[in-house]
Ligand binder design. Structure first.
Ligand SMILES: C[S@@+](CC[C@H](N)C(=O)[O-])C[C@H]1O[C@@H](n2cnc3c(N)ncnc32)[C@H](O)[C@@H]1O
Length: 428
């Protein structure tokens, strides 16, 4: 009997506590009691989320013990060590679950991860991007004929075309919740991606043929977006992701969205990357507090030490991006946090570095989505004794008010590429 089948039976047995059911039992267990206890205790901690994921996947039609299957889903998604079964010869019901792994992981991300939503805490607009890696002509309005095209945030039967990001559309949250069943979504022709999260690729605006690095790539929304800007130009993307499980999601998403030929995935720490002269542009979107994301509430505010640790890590990653690629012309840094310390704080800290300040500057507002009204926080520049007008170069997005998640983006350009060449001698 597999661990999961036995654990599902133990879970259903009467008993005062889990400990008692596992360790004080008459009938001995076949599985290791420690492993079985850890599995069930972990599952019970996340029961609501696991059940929500299983419910959402819909086509979850496993022959045999359904309760055991739910425990496999828990192990697959929540346990860092993954499931307890042979990778090459898993039992048939685990094999069935593994076939749904990408879908399960995408739902996991929505239920507990980056895109988590709660009923009371929903984006006013659900954004989706036409995937130009798969579809050349924009036929979105034909695909949704029942929706009326409007220019403001859409109501339940309306759709808006965004003016900042090409091929980006917004629908109401009610309509948005049906998109996951839409055939264009299932086939990877449209990608659910918040508007602000599209800004980094827009800001980078890679030139034809560029090699672009996405330093922190999974699940790959920005990777596919920037790849779509390089298609048919001879350009390419290198996507770094240090977490092997998240790298698998990244690779599956790249495949689904037709980006796998353009993108090389490197499952490694970006900080271990050494000099590369081919790279011309970078997107740096490191792990952050996620305080701008729906469903996260203000948890990050409770732990200022964590914020300081995050900011130190973010500065380190951004500095590495600015100092390791001698031919890079542009680096875009972003977070989905509203905390100054992770945003303007990191930008100012990085620009205090002499070598970086010699080579890099913030792009002017004219080169950084000039029409976007909400700009950076001037006070941080004052605190760092820097020119507060630099805040105009930065992008801020306020959660809810601006139609989606809270976000921050900064575009750095190499000084050499942006200034007139210096006069080098005499000419007549
Ligand atoms: C905020 S998420 C990136 C989201 C992604 N850019 C997107 O738009 O889909 C940050 C990712 O960076 C990865 N990461 C963190 N530190 C890293 C490092 N040193 N090298 C490579 N990846 C890293 C994390 O595992 C996580 O998947």
């Amino acid at each position: 009997m597999s661990l999961y089948v036995e654990a599902a039976r133990v879970l259903k047995e009467p008993g005062v506590s889990l400990k008692q059911k596992v360790y004080n039992r008459k009938k001995p267990l076949r599985s290791s009691p420690g492993r079985l206890y850890a599995l069930l205790a972990g599952y019970m901690d996340h029961e609501e989320q696991v059940k929500a994921i299983v419910k959402e996947v819909g086509s979850f039609n496993i022959k045999g013990d359904k309760d055991a299957a739910v425990l496999v889903v828990y192990d697959l998604l929540f346990n860092r060590k993954g499931i307890s079964a042979s990778k090459n010869h898993p039992p048939p019901f685990i094999k069935e679950i593994l076939k749904l792994e990408t879908r399960l992981r995408n739902i996991y991300d929505k239920v507990v991860g980056e895109n988590a939503n709660t009923e009371a805490d929903l984006s006013p607009v659900r954004w989706f991007r036409l995937n130009s890696l798969k579809v050349q002509d924009d036929q979105v309005l034909k695909w949704f004929p029942s929706l009326e095209l409007v220019e403001q945030f859409p109501g339940p039967k309306q759709i808006m075309k965004d003016k900042y990001v090409d091929g980006l559309y917004g629908v109401s949250p009610e309509y948005g919740s049906t998109l996951k069943k839409n055939k264009h979504y299932i086939e990877g022709e449209i990608i659910l991606q918040d508007r602000a999260s599209c800004f980094p690729a827009e800001l980078l605006n890679p030139k034809s043929g560029w090699c672009v690095v996405d330093a922190c790539a999974a699940p790959g929304n920005k990777t596919t977006h920037v790849a779509s800007k390089l298609i048919h130009t001879g350009g390419s993307v290198i996507a770094f992701e240090k977490d092997p499980q998240r790298a698998r999601i990244l690779q599956n998403n790249l495949k689904l969205h037709g980006a796998d030929q353009l993108v090389e995935t490197r499952v490694q720490d970006f900080l271990a990357q050494t000099e590369d002269r081919n790279v011309k542009g970078l997107i740096v979107d490191p792990s952050c507090s996620g305080s701008g994301i729906y469903g996260r509430g203000n948890k990050a505010e409770l732990d200022p030490e964590r914020l300081i640790r995050l900011a130190a890590f973010q500065s380190k990653i951004l500095k590495h991006a600015l100092t390791t690629f001698p031919e890079a012309e542009c680096v875009v840094y972003s977070t989905c946090s509203y905390h100054d310390v992770e945003n303007e704080g990191v930008v100012c800290e990085v620009l205090q570095d002499e070598e970086i300040a010699q080579n890099w500057m913030l792009a002017s507002r004219d080169e950084a989505l000039p029409e976007w009204p909400r700009r950076g926080n001037r006070e941080l520049f004052e605190e760092f004794n820097m020119d507060p007008s630099l805040a105009e170069s930065l992008i801020r997005v306020e959660r809810g008010t601006d139609g989606g998640i809270g976000f921050f983006a900064a575009k750095f350009v190499r000084k050499h590429y942006n200034t007139e060449p210096e006069w080098q001698g005499f000419s007549d």
